[in-house]
Design a binder for this molecule. Structure first.
Ligand code: PLP
Length: 181
């Protein structure tokens, strides 16, 4: 569990990607994720193609020898586009890509991406899962191996862990945020 959805997203990207890697990301995508993948990761030598996942040929056409990750959302941000997830996963598996899905908009109530074959699921807790912006948090769901590494290294080094004081007894105002991002 992370301090925010973007802490979960950015830690996942930093965990799996290294200099020279390429990402295929669905578009439209959440603004923070777009900023990470289009600008920040490029500073570290990671490139990304944003493509319309409604047509699987766009994904197939974007695969390069150095493609490492397929990143998408279960119902796209704002537009609520629905993709052929089984088709996308088949492409990811055929090319040995790590598949990551941000399931914030769909929530586990309507979509369980691990059952569809995704390797990693990220959620912002700041949206439907907790109400909206009455708390801030994020989650990564994956294999025990990945979670062990995220817990041991990425949370400790990058530091985006969920604050332990976030309990029902906490003064709400401390963690509430003023915007409704
Ligand atoms: C809000 C949101 C995020 C980021 O979550 P924060 O908790 O605000 O950092 C990530 N992905 C999606 C789809 C979102 O809607």
């Amino acid at each position: 569990m992370f301090a925010s959805g973007m802490a979960a997203v950015s830690t996942t990207l930093l965990h799996f990607l290294k200099q020279g890697d390429h990402v295929i990301c669905s578009y439209p995508i959440y603004g923070g994720t777009y900023a990470m993948l289009s600008g920040w990761m490029a500073r570290y030598g990671v490139t990304c193609d944003f493509v319309d996942f409604r047509d699987l040929d766009n994904i197939r056409g974007a695969v390069k020898p150095n493609t490492r990750m397929l990143y998408t959302e279960g119902y796209s941000t704002m537009f609520m586009d629905v993709f052929d997830l089984r088709g996308a996963i088949a492409i990811a598996k055929a090319h040995g890509l790590v598949s990551v899905i941000d399931n914030t908009c769909a929530t586990p109530a309507t979509l369980k991406p691990l059952d569809w074959g995704f390797d990693v699921v990220v959620h912002s807790l700041s949206k439907y899962l907790s109400g909206h912006s009455d708390l801030t948090g994020g989650v990564v769901v994956s294999s025990q191996d990945t979670i062990r590494k995220l817990t041991a290294i990425e949370i400790g080094v990058i530091g985006g862990a969920l604050p332990p004081l976030l309990t029902p007894g906490s003064p709400r105002g401390v963690f509430a945020r003023s915007d409704c991002g």
